[in-house]
Design a protein around this ligand. Structure first.
Ligand SMILES: [Ca+2]
Ligand SMILES: [Ca+2]
Ligand SMILES: [Ca+2]
Length: 500
């Protein structure tokens, strides 16, 4: 026992010395060496205290160290829509500041921390932190404190171009005294920007859903679009997630999934109920949901034979493929109130006729009306679509409007501005899929704590969001045993504009 203590102590001291020398000579890997030295130190302290009465203190010290290491993480958020902006965060004795200038295609990240030496503790300072800059497509810049020394102050400039992305600047600089007691810890500082234009909804806000994409949350789309016309009455929303949603925790039989609902500005959201449904299916089957909540499967929709707008111009090229790029007007059709498209799908010799569309641009008024010819030779509206801010796929079941030996004609009528990227008709029979209702495990509101109970039932007991607030939802689902998993988010509630 005594020899073990000697070996551990000698090894710990030796590693500490090597690491100290490496640190002050600015050699790499001093952080890695300390990863081994610190636990050895703790074990050595424990072994030497064990025969004495104060041995019980050691586990408490270890627990304290662990608690400090996993302490809460302050974050600064910024939703910067203009072409230039900055956000800063100051922590006692530490400072981080970030700036995005899309005009000059430049990012700047600046930080400074002071180094402390607290006597009488003897030890070394070592950085276990990191600096990271990532956008919603991947990492732009990364430095790891374990393999190099992170400077205590730096001004970093990077060239960058791109729009409509989130950029997060993160720094964690932990200078820990290599004794069982942490002397100085700077919690992670995170600064997040949104680069791009504000959502094109005429100045109003609305709740947005974010999905956990493995590394960070990514913005998916706005929720409850029909609330714009509901005058404060609850509406239902069924949204097939467009962005990837990865498990935040993968178990052997069950997995956890995490979503966030955020409100940026102007609106006061009242969310009565949220549910997530997972649909597991083969990879050659696709899923879409109708505004009424019917789940339709499709495979290869047929393009219309013709697609003529109200000026008599063919718009087939714009709507024949899912390639909508907002900065390329040849990839979509943009309609304004009173505009329409008449689609001819020819004779449909099948029991199913599922119209699959992809559209965007949320608006304050009633939206795209889907119409078929009526008995009187007029057009009758069979469904109303409420497009969202970003491209989303929707479906309308037209099976009952198919007339044998007659061309299937569909008119899409615009009552407010929207873009249409794609429209096609799928006539395949319904495919099989496995449906799972997810269990809501928790719903953590950014200022009110767990609001899960309020979101379970449609009972007019709401979780409310005001600008700057968010709710983090965690759902549990059995693991997917099929090839693909599609998620539908159901929300029920409404939002109203806060008077400026
Ligand atoms: Ca409720
Ligand atoms: Ca298109
Ligand atoms: Ca309700």
């Amino acid at each position: 026992m005594k020899s073990l203590k000697v070996v551990v102590s000698v090894l710990a001291i030796a590693l500490l010395m090597v690491s100290t020398i490496a640190y002050f000579l600015n050699l790499p890997l001093s952080g890695y060496i300390l990863w081994f030295a610190v636990p050895l130190c703790i074990i050595a302290v424990y072994l030497s205290l064990k025969p004495k009465k104060n041995a019980k203190i050691t586990p408490i010290l270890m627990l304290m160290l662990a608690m400090f290491s996993f302490g809460s993480v302050p974050k600064a958020f910024a939703n910067i829509y203009q072409r230039y902006g900055n956000v800063g965060w100051i922590y006692p004795d530490g400072e981080a500041w970030a700036m995005v200038d899309t005009g000059a295609d430049q990012l700047c990240f600046k930080w400074s921390f002071s180094q402390y030496i607290i006597l009488p503790y003897i030890g070394v300072w070592f950085p276990i932190g990191y600096v990271e800059i990532y956008d919603s497509h991947g990492t732009i810049y990364f430095r790891d404190g374990k393999s190099e020394t992170i400077p205590t102050s730096e001004e970093l400039w990077l060239s960058y171009s791109g729009e409509n992305v989130w950029i997060t600047f993160k720094i964690q600089a932990c200078y820990i005294l290599a004794s069982p007691v942490p002397a100085f810890l700077t919690p992670e500082i995170s600064l997040t920007f949104y680069i791009g234009d504000p959502p094109s909804d005429g100045g109003g806000g609305c709740p947005y859903v974010y999905t956990w994409a493995g590394q960070q949350y990514v913005m998916d789309n706005n929720l409850l679009p029909a609330s714009e016309m509901s005058n404060g009455v609850d509406v239902e929303d069924r949204y097939m997630l467009e962005q990837p949603l990865f498990p935040s925790h993968q178990g052997t039989a069950f997995s956890l999934y995490s979503l966030q609902i955020r409100e940026f500005e102007h609106e006061h959201d009242f969310i009565d109920q949220v549910k997530v449904v997972a649909l597991d299916h083969a990879s050659d089957v696709k899923i879409a949901v109708t505004p009424k909540g019917e789940i339709l499967t499709y495979r290869q929709p047929l393009a219309p034979l013709s697609c003529i707008d109200n000026d008599g111009t063919s718009r087939l090229n714009e709507v024949v493929s899912m390639d909508g790029n907002v900065s390329d007007t040849t990839t979509y059709f943009e309609g304004y109130p009173g505009d329409y498209l008449i689609l001819n799908f020819g004779k449909v010799d099948a029991e199913n006729a599922k119209l699959i569309l992809r559209d965007d641009m949320k608006c304050m008024e009633v939206c795209i009306e889907v119409q078929v010819p009526s008995q009187t030779g007029d057009w009758q509206t069979v469904e109303v679509l409420n497009p969202r801010n970003y491209w989303a796929i929707e479906a309308v079941d037209l099976s009952e409007y198919v007339v044998e030996d007659e061309d299937l004609l569909v008119r899409l009528y615009w009552t407010s501005p929207h873009r249409l990227d794609y429209v096609g008709l799928d006539t395949t029979p319904q495919d099989i899929f496995e449906l799972h209702y997810a269990t809501l495990i928790s719903a953590i509101h950014s200022s009110e704590g767990n609001v899960r109970r309020r979101l379970l039932e449609n009972d007019q007991t709401y979780a409310e969001l005001t600008p700057g607030q968010q709710i983090q939802l965690t759902f549990q689902l059995p693991n997917n045993r099929n090839e693909e998993r599609t998620f539908i988010l159901y929300t029920e509630g409404h939002y109203s504009t806060i008077a400026p």
